[in-house]
Design a protein around this ligand. Structure first.
Ligand code: ACO
Length: 325
């Protein structure tokens, strides 16, 4: 059977670290408030570089670790809501930067679930025999779309990029089970970057532009905990596994309290959930690959380990993947 397996990971993270105390110097907030409500202690914020700089940095690290020539990459998928341009795609910019001249490149947009959607799409191309490998990167420069005057949202987010190389494999393992879902009905719970149709022939009342992140925090909290629980239960049942068979659960890093509540509901010890939000904040589509890359660099992942990756975010969208390392 043909499957796709993760062959390498890599990341491109801004060097600049902004602590909660740094934020408290420019707005009415405190380290205590942010830590208690979210688990965030600091985040990496771009010093001016745009997304393509960090996604390309991640891509270079991944291909170097995989030992693959750029010209041999067949597909590049970038998951993001903060690309440098509406067009070209973030993926085409990575293609140029790394010289992957033979790749097909495009973006997917599913907010914080985006990386898992990207992996799912790339996995299908590989399973169908169309491509033999794919670079899948999640990256965000959220600092350019948060409202730095809104303390209830801007303290939550960070910048960065990370990803994986997926490769065709004929041995057991790789991406085993997935569950993706969307509920456009509730899109207003979490929005950013509304572009109003401001043309000179517009006959309607001018609509409001909104570049910033807007969020009903409590609604997101409820949605997120529910989707982690149902996603984990679903993939475990589909695979005929129990929680004990899973080495690590790797959730989207939106808020440490969301993970605490979900772990409790699932009756899974919280230590089995990998959480690094303290050092990155919420990096949306980048959060799961940043966590995976960090785990990989720490030597926490061994051949055969089973991981459950769970994402949830704007759209609303969600996704859960069972992956064998
Ligand atoms: N510092 C100090 N005080 C603050 C701050 C801040 N940064 N932000 C808000 N406050 C104040 C508010 O003004 C309010 O004050 P008031 O009671 O005097 O009016 C008080 O703190 C409580 O504000 P709430 O918004 O009700 O705070 P809540 O307890 O709901 O926590 C939070 C907010 C952390 C966002 C919470 O709703 C939450 O965890 N939501 C989950 C959503 C999430 O984490 N989203 C991340 C992005 S989305 C995603 O990734 C899918």
């Amino acid at each position: 059977m043909v499957t796709s397996r993760i062959a390498a990971t890599g990341a491109g993270i801004p060097d600049q670290i902004i602590t909660n105390d740094d934020l408290a110097k420019i707005m009415d907030t405190s380290d205590e408030w942010i830590r208690q409500r979210t688990g965030i202690g600091e985040r990496h914020i771009s010093g001016g570089e745009d997304l393509s700089y960090y996604t390309s940095k991640a891509a270079k690290q991944i291909i170097e670790r995989a030992g693959i020539a750029p010209a041999d990459i067949e597909l590049i998928v970038v998951a993001t809501v903060t690309a440098d341009y509406c067009t070209p795609s973030a993926a085409c910019m990575v293609q140029k930067e790394i010289g992957a001249v033979n790749a097909v490149a495009f973006d997917v947009t599913a907010a914080c679930s985006g990386f898992l959607y990207g992996v799912s799409v790339a996995d299908k191309f590989i399973r169908c025999g169309i491509y033999k490998n794919a670079l899948v990167i999640g990256g965000e420069i959220l600092s350019k779309i948060v409202d730095w005057k809104d303390r209830s949202t801007c303290v939550l987010f960070g910048d960065g990029a990370a990803g994986v190389l997926l490769e065709r494999s004929e041995s057991a393992g790789g991406i085993l089970v997935e569950e993706l879902g969307s509920k456009g009905e509730d899109y207003e719970v979490l929005t950013a970057r509304r572009l109003a149709p401001a043309n000179v022939f517009n006959k309607l009342e001018p609509q409001k532009e909104c570049g910033h992140v807007t969020m009903d925090g409590r609604a997101v909290f409820k949605f997120a905990t529910k989707k982690i629980v149902s996603g984990v239960e679903h993939v475990l049942e589909t695979a005929g596994l129990s929680a004990e068979d899973i080495t690590y659960f790797v959730p989207h890093q939106a808020n440490a309290r969301i993970v605490e509540v979900a772990a409790k509901k699932l009756k899974i010890p919280q230590e089995r959930f990998y959480v690094n939000i303290e050092h990155y904040g919420n990096t949306s589509a980048a959060s799961i690959p940043i966590a995976l890359n960090e785990m990989n660099e720490k030597g926490l992942l061994h051949k055969g380990d089973k991981l459950i990756l769970c994402g949830f975010g704007g759209g609303l969208t969600w996704g859960t993947l069972l992956v064998q390392w």
